[in-house]
Design a protein around this ligand. Sequence first.
Ligand code: HEC
Ligand code: HEC
Length: 311
Amino acid sequence: MVLAVYFGTRKPPDGGTPPTVRTAEGAKPEVLARGKYLFEHGSACIYCHSEHDTALWGWPVKPETAGAGQCFDSKTFGLPATVCAPNLTNTPEGLGRWTDEQIITAIREGLDWKGRPLDPMMPYEEFRNMSDEDVRAVVAYLRTLPPSSKTYPVPTADHLPPAPIVPRLTGPVAAVHRDDPGYGEYMAHIALCGHCHHSQEEHPRPFGGGGEFDGPAGREIAANLTSHPTGVTGRLTKEQFVGMFESWGTIEPTPSPTGPQKAIMPRLVFGGLTADDVRAIYDYIHAQPPVDSTPAVAAPGQKGDQPMGDK
Ligand code: HEC
Ligand code: HEC
């Protein structure tokens, strides 16, 4: 199989020469701040590409591993094979030998430096919408992460799609700023809300929830976020919704007496979203077609009997 030649290393071919490390030098402070915000909150990069303390509420990131990667083992996470979200730090073992353009292609188009399609657990399908301005800010921030020399295997070929699951970009992606009308939709994409909050049926209903995720705390079902009375934006006012996110941002993670906590929903990560961003996301989701999640509760014993995701 042709793809086989691509597997085995994440390092660019000039592995023997000194790294041509790009730096964030010259990046303006506001660019780095935007990159940090997207990395830690707005696009949840830190959630997958770092280790967590799963014994604590919300699975806080172990700070010394931020951006240094982690693996999702197949048994715990119900995956066809163990998948690792690799080291993004600016070292030869991380992205130190990748050019900015190669990193941007990986983030938005799902191809690594040598053209290998990435495992779609890397949500490039959503990040494809990320503006040139934002993706550059993220890359500038990646160059400032605490260095790590961790290495990770590439996934085995047999469960990967032969090509990225979305077409290549054909031109620049324009910036979408806070006051632009499309900002809520933009954030709902790049913050992955729609990515997790839909069903896994053939025609998934956007934001209708029902998708199932396995994790250290067992199976979790994504909540219905739509404006239907059975959905979160149907039950909560905008300010209640904002208050819920703010509460996640201020909770001190404490040990759980009952074993691993549910935390597929990245509460600690999204607790750091600005109130304005949460409002924009609420407005966008609230305006989407309502989805009734009652049928899923009506059939006892069937999967999907926890559509609200309430605690
Ligand atoms: C839901 C989990 C998840 C999130 C969120 C996520 N990633 Fe990833 N990422 C992955 C996985 C898994 C891979 C490995 C895919 C593979 O090797 O086939 C990956 C691969 C990558 C790669 C390619 C690195 C290499 O060595 O091959 C880059 C670059 C990257 N991610 C950057 C980012 C950035 C930047 C963000 C936030 C904007 C982000 N990722 C968010 C899971 C995630
Ligand atoms: C990695 C997958 C994932 C992502 C990304 C994600 N969610 Fe969730 N979310 C879940 C799951 C699973 C649940 C249900 C389990 C739970 O409540 O812990 C949930 C629950 C929720 C709840 C219900 C909380 C409650 O206590 O009633 C809200 C509200 C929510 N998500 C909003 C969002 C918004 C808004 C975004 C985007 C900013 C988002 N989610 C992104 C997986 C995700």
